[in-house]
Design a protein around this ligand. Structure first.
Ligand SMILES: [Fe+2]
Length: 252
């Protein structure tokens, strides 16, 4: 099982959600925890530290990518000259790969200092990920993790945040058994098949999985806190925070 968290926004975290995730991990023991960006609210040292301590405390391998909140917004000097300085201090490289029992994870940095919220991927990144996919083990579910979604159906004002080369990238990666992409950013829960949405005529679906915010008070239109689970057979499950019981429960 893979646990997909997103948009933790440490600095605005809810302790009751943190505890519920700790309990979930102790009981379910996912093989990996993925966080698809926005680890912090304002890219502050103490926020990165709190996030790192939270993830280390789960005692489960974790895999993170940066979000647009993870580079400084107001400290212009740092934004220009060292936008990822604190992120890298706490989490190392911006783009990693990780192999687990059932999954092959590829992290992709879609954050650029010149954009406030918009996602960007380059031709070089597309080609690099394509090469990784071609060499990846055949028996794993191949999954790309990046912050901004490549597609959104109904929130049209967010379309501008999707990377402009997203459709082109899926057309390439979809030919090399890419199974799914995990994103955050919109604080909304959704699953799409990009083969259908982009009308690509690939041999198999390419799933686009959006996660809500797992622990932040910054909820979209009072949507509950949530996370996703990807099972070893590739099926998806969405969990929502139950305020009465103070636990995450799967959506029926
Ligand atoms: Fe974001």
């Amino acid at each position: 099982m893979l646990l997909h968290l997103s948009d933790l926004h440490f600095g605005t975290e809810r302790q009751e959600c943190i505890q519920a995730i700790q309990t979930f991990c102790q009981e379910q023991r996912p093989e990996v925890v993925v966080v698809s960006g926005d680890l912090t609210q304002r890219a502050k040292f103490k926020e990165f530290l709190a996030c790192r301590q939270f993830l280390d405390g789960l005692k489960i391998p974790y895999f993170v990518v940066p979000g647009n909140h993870d580079i400084p917004l107001y400290q212009l000097w740092n934004r220009v000259f060292s936008p990822f300085g604190l992120y890298q201090l706490f989490f190392g490289s911006l783009e990693n790969t990780l192999v687990t029992e059932h999954f092959y994870l590829i992290g992709m940095n879609s954050i650029r200092r010149r954009y406030h919220t918009r996602g960007h991927i380059s031709l070089e990144q597309i080609q690099h990920v394509d090469e990784i996919l071609q060499k990846a083990p055949q028996n794993k579910l191949k999954i790309i993790v990046s912050h901004q979604p490549f597609y959104t159906s109904n929130e049209n004002h967010h379309l501008k945040d999707c990377p402009s080369l997203g459709k082109f990238a899926i057309k390439e990666w979809g030919q090399h058994q890419l199974y799914a992409l995990l994103h955050g950013h919109l604080h909304l829960v959704a699953v799409y098949d990009l083969n259908q949405e982009f009308e690509l005529d690939l041999q198999q679906p390419v799933y686009e999985v959006h996660a809500g915010t797992a622990i932040s008070k910054r909820l979209h239109k009072n949507m509950p806190n949530s996370f996703n689970v990807i099972h070893c057979d590739g099926s998806f499950e969405h969990y929502f925070f139950d305020e009465m019981r103070q636990v995450f429960v799967p959506k029926k």
